[in-house]
Design a protein. Structure first.
Length: 93
């Protein structure tokens, strides 16, 4: 799957900015900058990893800047960034 750099989200309160960059490594690298990382950093990273895993996206670096987003918002932003990065629309059959 061909990947390009893509992002989704904003830096507004209650949102998360997710940037996906192709990587030479086969795994997943997640860099998280969050105002609530101490309390929820592990959960945010899990949602990012789980969402990309469900979409079959590997070999990427994710840079996420969180401003208190809920899990559903994190999932939506990661999905949107992945669709933009891969060009594959997950909402079509």
């Amino acid at each position: 799957m061909e990947m390009k750099v893509a992002q989704a989200g904003t830096l507004e309160s209650g949102d998360i900015l997710v940037r996906i960059t192709p990587s030479q490594e086969s795994g997943l690298e997640i860099n998280l900058d969050s105002t609530v990382a101490y309390q929820f950093g592990a959960q945010i990273k899990k949602v990012i990893a789980d969402t990309l895993g469900e979409l079959g996206v590997t070999g990427v670096r994710v840079d996420a800047t969180d401003k208190g987003a809920l899990d559903c918002t994190v999932r939506a932003r990661v999905t949107a960034a992945a669709v933009r990065a891969t060009g594959c629309d997950v909402w079509k059959d």
